[in-house]
Design a protein around this ligand. Sequence first.
Ligand code: BMA
Length: 396
Amino acid sequence: MLSIAHKITKSVFLVLCLAGTTLWPTGVLAGKNKPADQNAGERTVILFNNLKALAPDYIMVGHQDALSYGVKWVGDENRSDLHDVTGSHPAVFGWDIGGIDIGLAKNLDSVPFDQMRKNMISVFEAGGLNTISWHAYNPLNGKDSWVDTQIAVDVVGQILPGGARHADFLKNLDRTGAFLASLRSKNGELIPVVFRPWHEHSGSWFWWGRLHCTREQYIELYRFTIQYLREKHALNNLLIAFSPDIGYTNAAEYLERYPGDDMVDVIGVDDYHSLRQNKPGNLIRNLEIIAAVAKEKGKIAAFTETGCTNMEDKKYFTEKLLPVLQHSELTRYISWVLFWRNGNKKHHFMPYRGHKSAADFRRFVAHPMILMQNDLPDLYRVYPDISNEISGTSPD
Ligand code: BMA
């Protein structure tokens, strides 16, 4: 016999299930594709679908730490180097939470986490896209992500379930999860974000890189991380980005350590090398491979990190990058390009006010395919056709 309490609980559960099933097909999400997380929140589903709808025709500009600092300034309110140069912030805002995992108040590049959270929420409120990378500290010794590329270190093996240091990893993951769970809009709703953990694993400069773990260990690390954040921290706001570095020449090589379609939403690549080495053909190939994989899997493709060191090439944007991005239907399918940070005059990947490549960047963003924040509608709303909401001229 069921107790009364059980009966009530059971009927409440049934009502919730019914509400859930009727809401999904008839509400705003009707006909929408679901992200990898089958329990993704409504805004996250909307974002995923809007990004897919924009993918064939537009490429958004992203900049790491755009609102946190630039060359010769730190922490100014509502400022970015790109705004100084073009009158608009970028469309995509990159952040890094390396350091949250060991309880620091500032990330590895000195950005205070409280300020980062506030800025991320304001990006969401303005309808823009946040993407988070994670230069995770080494849970064995508390040092940063970088290790010797020639000498294998066994960190991953020890922090996986059953490993001697698993409990230490969980502590770090709990701090990371708590930060992600604190990213909430005014009404308390989790804001959708792209989360890009364990990046550039095809190289060996990070402790989770190729030399330092097996394929199986890497995949287990990735899957464990995402499942733990989704389940233990109830995060239903994450679009997950997979982003190896260069080093693949076909889809099978690209997918060698792929953690699975149920984990990943964004098929990415970090490539600083191809243009630096004057090999645009390699970049075209790398982007075409990720775009083809993304299309085939019903996912998003993104150029998750790049940049020209110190903007030494004055025509980088219009003469090097734009021809690559425009090259084919596949390269044009890329959703965004994230340029790395403007740390200082000796370490920056974007122009700043007065810089010699500012004019070239202004010409780049004037291209109808290229989107800055000013061109974009709110990415968290449903539109009959989001392409009609883009400011300026059509891409054709
Ligand atoms: C690197 C450099 C470092 C920085 C790190 C994480 O490429 O920019 O200065 O600490 O990324 O942002």
